[in-house]
Design a protein around this ligand. Structure first.
Ligand code: G4P
Length: 524
């Protein structure tokens, strides 16, 4: 096997998705701890706790501050190199999450056993489904009185429309939670919140008398449960899992470390190594010798003094070496990348080499944009990096008109991160900002002030939704002339229709049948 094949087969690149408060941060931290990447459990949560600031957006600001060290975490575990990509928890940042999900090969879904399937879980799962991303499920908080496990599986199957294959089965819950039975190893792991790694003892076999000794009458309950579960639930099917049709389910309690190691082992044993990625002209196999990758995230002003920006690039094929010359396909320019960054769990270091599945950070001054492809020369373009129609709009006004240039620059640069979008209507000089969640406006206002020295006032703007316009050039011209205040250019100079309401939207759709009005566009 070539070194490239070897490195690919040991890569596992995944993200954790969950509804806020289900335990994503806790689980992330425990995974890092079991992976040996952090010494003391408590670091990640401590950072999160210190973020409990006075207002929601201040918290987000701080979160942005730490997100570079936590947004990509690489650590070795067993024979593998694991890349764990963080996704912002707040729903106003869901676009960022969607794009991050395009850069992973699998995902782990955390479900709170008390609350079951929640709104954000449904949204995120739908995004995973767009690419048939394989999903492991971790049902968390078994130390609390939650829903019956069988009901939770039913709920996941019916609400999320994905088959569940229990890999472990809980013994009791809440005060009676005693551990889990591993259905495929016929082993029982006993829960002990006092034990260092959450597990007191592991025994083999459901008929083992030690089981009765340890948990008394719950032993027979467990035997009956398992008989039932084996009859009533799906058996694990690797192919169905890899096709995104079935999710292996693990039970545990992240805060008590319990069940976390089994999950990490499953990431290594079951989750896929990097696979082929679609590009416009062809599929790109990870083991093609030539390097390629795409940018799924931009983070601006990590160091406000230097106005730098980090482009997060997922390596899709070949090998990246420090100092390598790569082609930025969108501009045709060749860059020599000497200062790429690898994100370890605790800090960052300069990348000497990277392989498919790895994420490297490329510092730049705004020359690299979201969704861009980099290659060793071929004109490839990776597809599927979405940008969604914003649902909230504001007109940006400035307190000091002399700073209009800074305002334009700030809005443009912050929009390049992808969380907001800037629209310039064809008539007039208005700058309209669109976002998926209103919190973004507070964040932008605060960042404009801190990073660009501009005080902005956001006024309401009469627009309910935006649609990217594609199709007949003649009709586009007519529409632009007739409704020049409602047709705008976005950051990439693509035409967008800013609809005051649905009545207008339907009207223009009828009037211009050869135009398509799209809700999402792929970046680039
Ligand atoms: P998130 O990132 O998905 O938003 O969730 P996070 O890990 O922050 O966890 C949310 C809350 O759930 C935290 O409590 C956390 O301690 C708790 N939690 C996580 N795993 C478990 C578990 O297995 N069992 C129980 N009972 N709770 C769990 P908090 O009160 O918000 O914070 P803290 O006071 O514990 O710091």
């Amino acid at each position: 096997m070539s070194q490239l094949d070897q490195e690919i087969s040991r890569r596992r690149t995944f993200a954790i998705i969950s509804h806020p408060d289900a335990g994503k941060t806790t689980l992330t931290e425990k995974l890092l701890w079991f992976g040996g990447a952090i010494q003391v459990a408590g670091e990640v949560r401590a950072r999160k706790a210190s973020r409990h600031a006075t207002s929601d957006w201040m918290e987000l600001e701080k979160q942005r501050g730490i997100s570079v060290t936590s947004s990509v975490m690489q650590f070795p575990y067993r024979e593998c190199m694991v890349n764990l990509l963080d996704t912002p928890g707040h729903e106003d940042f869901s676009e960022d999450t969607y794009r991050t999900l395009t850069a992973v090969d699998s995902a782990t879904m955390v479900i709170d056993s008390v609350n079951g399937v929640e709104a954000q879980t449904i949204k995120l799962l739908n995004v995973c489904r767009m690419r048939d991303t394989p999903i492991l499920t971790f049902i968390n908080k078994l130390d609390r009185e939650g829903k019956e496990p069988i009901d939770l599986l039913d709920e996941i199957e019916s609400v999320l429309g994905i088959q569940c294959a229990p890999m472990t089965w809980p013994i009791g819950m809440g005060k009676r939670f005693r551990g889990v039975y591993h259905l495929y190893d016929d082993a029982i792991a006993f829960f002990d919140p006092q034990a260092e790694k959450g597990t007191a003892e592991i025994i083999q076999g459901l008929d083992n008398p030690r089981l009765d000794e340890l948990i008394g009458s719950q032993a027979d309950e467990l035997r009956m449960d398992i008989e039932l579960v084996r009859g009533a639930s799906h058996t694990f099917d690797a192919e169905a899992y890899l096709a995104g049709k079935q999710s292996p389910v693990f039970f545990g309690s992240a805060v008590n470390n319990f069940g976390v190691q089994s999950l990490l082992d499953a990431v290594v044993d079951l989750s896929p190594a990097p696979i082929a990625r679609p590009a416009v002209t062809r599929k790109v196999e990870p083991n093609e010798p030539k390097f390629s990758g795409f940018v799924f995230k931009i983070q601006a002003n990590m160091d406000p003094k230097h106005r730098d920006r980090i482009a997060f690039l997922r390596v899709c094929s070949g090998r990246f070496d420090r100092g390598m010359k790569v082609k930025q396909v969108a501009t045709g320019k060749t860059l020599s990348i000497n200062n790429a960054i690898t994100f370890m769990a605790r800090d960052r270091s300069t990348t000497d080499e990277a392989w498919p599945g790895d994420i490297i950070g490329i510092p730049n001054h705004g020359s690299i944009r979201l969704g861009e492809t980099f290659t060793e020369g071929e004109d490839l373009r990776f597809t599927g990096i979405p940008s969604f129609a914003p649902e909230h709009f504001r007109l940006a006004r400035i307190a000091n008109p002399l700073k209009i240039k800074q305002l334009q620059k700030g809005l443009q640069q912050l929009a390049e991160e992808g969380a907001t979008q800037l629209f310039r209507p064809l008539s007039g000089t208005d700058l309209i900002l669109g976002a998926v969640g209103t919190l973004q406006f507070d964040v932008v206002a605060s960042r404009l002030e801190n990073e660009y020295g501009v005080q902005v006032i956001f006024e309401s703007y009469n627009c309910s939704t935006a649609r990217w316009i594609h199709g007949d050039a003649g009709e586009l011209k007519q529409l632009s002339e007739r409704y020049s205040a409602n047709v705008a250019l976005d950051g990439a100079d693509d035409p967008v229709y800013l609809a005051p309401n649905n009545v207008y939207l339907n009207m223009v759709k009828e009037k211009y049948p050869n135009l398509r009005f799209l809700e999402a566009r792929e970046v680039i």
